[in-house]
Design a protein around this ligand. Structure first.
Ligand code: GLU
Length: 290
């Protein structure tokens, strides 16, 4: 069971289409289901109208989904229960450190938490909540494109933030609870999330669920060498030419296609791509390990 999990902080752009397309192809080639989960947990950045736009965009491109998973904004009560449970068991704890307190521990855009509040037994009210990593927080997994991976979560980020001080649940926590509990078996997404995978696997194990398999595809890069993203102002997909949008996304995937004529109707391009992806994931192709 695969999923596409866009955050509705803007319409789909050429970069997010690659994730949608790759996860759709993978689910269809495995005769699996492809589910849509709107990740609107970040109330400041997300807007309901963008969720609608994304749904329309997917429909216009022929990327049909089998079912809607509950949007994350409707799962807050459940996330709260998980955190209560973990606090009760000592698996999570409250942290009063401010961004400023932690700035010396910030490197390459990521803060490695030094464990300041681990043993302080603070009241959770109005504080951030962190997951207490186990002593051996080294996670091994196989990425279907990159091969065997080892991530030491203690060295990467330390105890993982589950809820921010202002009350918002974090992406890392919400995505782990959802992928685990919604029975997702195949996650296909961009390389920018490869480094998050180890911590998500740890959280899923804590929830008592086996993690899915992962495939991280390469990212679309803009003319300045940056990842194409909403925050850097990527353009919304041009749906007057759905074939061109799909052909551009397909070029980003490791598929051998006879011809990526963008003037073909989207359905024809998708059929060709599905045949190529099916070949790609066959163990005998030797190209990509499942
Ligand atoms: N919601 C995340 C995003 O739009 C993707 C989450 C995921 O695929 O794990 O970037």
């Amino acid at each position: 069971m695969g999923r596409f999990a866009p955050s509705p902080s803007g319409p789909l752009h050429a970069g997010s289409l690659v994730s949608a397309l790759a996860s759709w192809l993978d689910a269809r080639a495995n005769n699996g289901r492809w589910l849509l989960r709107i990740e609107d947990i970040d109330s400041e950045r997300c807007r309901p109208e963008y969720a609608e736009v994304i749904r329309r965009q997917l429909g216009a491109l022929g990327l049909t989904w089998d079912a809607d998973l509950p949007p994350q904004s409707r799962r807050r009560d459940h996330y709260r229960e998980v955190i209560q449970d973990w606090l009760g068991q000592g698996l999570a704890y409250a942290c009063a450190c401010t961004r400023r307190d932690l700035s010396p521990f910030r490197r390459d855009g990521e803060t490695c938490y030094p464990g300041t509040c681990r043993e302080r037994r603070l009241e959770p009210q109005g504080q951030a909540i962190r997951y207490r990593l186990p002593d051996e927080a080294e996670v091994r997994f196989i990425d279907r494109r990159h091969g065997p991976q080892t991530q030491n979560v203690t060295a990467q980020c330390g105890d993982v933030v589950l809820r921010r001080r202002q009350g918002d649940y974090t992406y890392q926590f919400a995505v782990s609870v959802d992928d685990a509990e919604q029975g997702i078996t195949h996650v296909v997404r961009g390389d920018d999330l490869l480094s998050s995978t180890g911590r998500q696997i740890l959280l899923m194990r804590q929830l008592g669920h086996p993690p899915p398999t992962y495939l991280h595809h390469s990212l679309l890069i803009d003319a300045d060498g940056h990842k194409l993203s909403k925050s850097t102002g990527a353009d919304a997909l041009d749906l007057t030419q759905p074939g061109a949008a799909i052909a551009a996304a397909l070029r980003q995937l490791p598929l051998t296609l006879p011809d990526l004529a963008s003037e073909l109707p989207p359905q024809q391009l998708l059929d060709q791509a599905l045949a190529a992806w099916t070949l790609l994931i066959q163990p005998s192709s030797g190209k990509m390990e499942l």
